[in-house]
Design a protein around this ligand. Structure first.
Ligand SMILES: [Zn+2]
Length: 397
């Protein structure tokens, strides 16, 4: 009898041996994505991402992945990501393409890009463990602790004011960072990370903030002309929980800007809007406002509500010309019929008459640099924005 038990145990062990190189996939840390996994028939590791779902809607989203593989140093693993049948604005869509990259890191700090292969609706990738662990993420992650570090670094700088404007669904504080003088002649309002899977905007605003606070003599000239107001991480709860698109009440923070935000379900938007009302009441309406996102194209999104768009389109044309002159941006803008009702850009334009738009950042590739995306390249864009803003306001009294 004892021998029989021993034999059964041996058989069980031998079936496990095919994944002996893999010990565990850790998703216990901040910004790790919810998932489950199993061994595939071909010794692959099949990873099933868990969809993020929108309230009162058929919409669902995957596209964020961030996890830590633990296993035998030197081993090679074939990972396959599943559940990429998203529904966006009521229509099916796959959030990855043949150009989708992945990033890996041995320590969670220094990242390198690897290529993926899209087969059907599955994203395949080969990874090698140099040590006992390997972090795997779509794009170079920017987490709550990165933001904390930035806030601590700039706190107390005479050119910086950090205001708490409210709380997320889970009670995390939301802050607006002003860089520049309160009485600057012009104001630019930037929001980042409404969608948790999109870290690009966080790196961009970090690059902008840090570059404006260096002792570069040009900064005085910039800050005599404008101040920037930044909500760096609109969807903190979603970032912490490793979600893809919605807030923790299932709301898309880049929708429903055509009317006042629901303070219960979208407190992140209600706080932002009420703070912005305050700014407008003080006679400091933003001259320019934009929302930073990642997608697979990287266009400027000019959404067209039914208002007189003549001045808006002329201003945006001038803005895009300056983007091409001073930054690596080359992607262009959405065409003549593009209309995304309730998006941040359209809502601020329609309801407040603010020159507002969405800036998408290609998640994978920067054509103007002929390089893959990275934290470094996005921070560079942030620094390059300084001249765009400066010259944009040259001809505006
Ligand atoms: Zn987005």
């Amino acid at each position: 009898m004892k021998i029989k038990v021993y034999l059964v145990a041996l058989i069980a062990l031998s079936t496990l041996s095919a994944i002996a190189d893999l010990s565990y996939i850790d998703t216990s840390f901040s910004n790790a994505s919810p998932l489950y996994w199993e061994q595939g028939e071909d010794d692959s590791i099949q990873i099933y991402l868990v969809y993020d779902q929108e309230r009162d809607s058929v919409n669902r989203a995957n596209g964020h992945w961030h996890f830590r593989v633990e296993g035998t140093p030197g081993s090679k693993l074939h990972l396959v990501l599943n559940n990429l049948r998203n529904i966006w604005n009521g229509h099916p869509g796959i959030p990855v393409s043949k150009k989708t990259i992945c990033n890996v890191s041995d320590d969670g700090h220094t990242w390198r890009t690897i290529q993926t292969e899209l087969i059907g609706e599955q994203l395949h990738m080969d990874v090698t463990l140099k040590t006992q662990q390997l972090y795997v993420a779509h794009m170079e992650p920017y987490t709550l602790s990165d933001l904390e570090k930035l806030l601590n670094e700039i706190h107390g700088n005479p050119l910086v004011e950090i205001s708490n404007i409210g709380k997320t669904v889970q009670g995390r504080p939301l802050e607006i960072i002003r860089v520049g003088k309160a009485d600057a002649p012009h104001r630019i309002l930037i929001r980042a990370r409404a969608h948790p899977w999109e870290p690009g905007g966080n790196w961009v605003v970090q690059g902008l903030i840090r570059s404006l606070l260096t002792d570069d003599p040009a900064n005085k000239r910039y800050l005599d002309r404008y101040a920037v107001y930044i909500l760096p991480m609109a969807n903190k709860d979603g970032v912490a929980a490793g979600r893809t698109r919605f807030n923790l009440a299932g709301m898309d923070l880049n929708r429903k800007w055509d009317k006042p935000a629901d303070p219960e379900l979208a407190p992140e938007n209600a706080a932002f809007e009420s703070w912005m009302h305050g700014l407008i009441t003080e006679g400091k309406k933003p001259d320019l406002a934009f929302d930073l996102h990642n997608d697979q194209s990287g266009l400027l999104h000019l959404s067209r509500p039914k208002v007189n768009l003549e001045q808006y389109l002329a201003d945006m044309n001038r803005y895009e010309t300056l983007m091409r002159k001073y930054t690596w941006f080359t992607e262009g803008h959405t065409g003549g019929s593009f209309h995304n009702p309730g998006s941040f850009g359209e809502g601020l334009l329609e309801r407040f008459g603010i020159t507002a738009f969405i800036q998408e950042l290609n998640a994978n590739w920067i054509e103007g640099l002929k390089e893959n995306t990275s934290a470094k390249n996005w921070e560079l864009l942030g620094a390059q924005y300084r001249d765009v803003f400066y010259e944009y306001f040259t001809s505006i009294p």
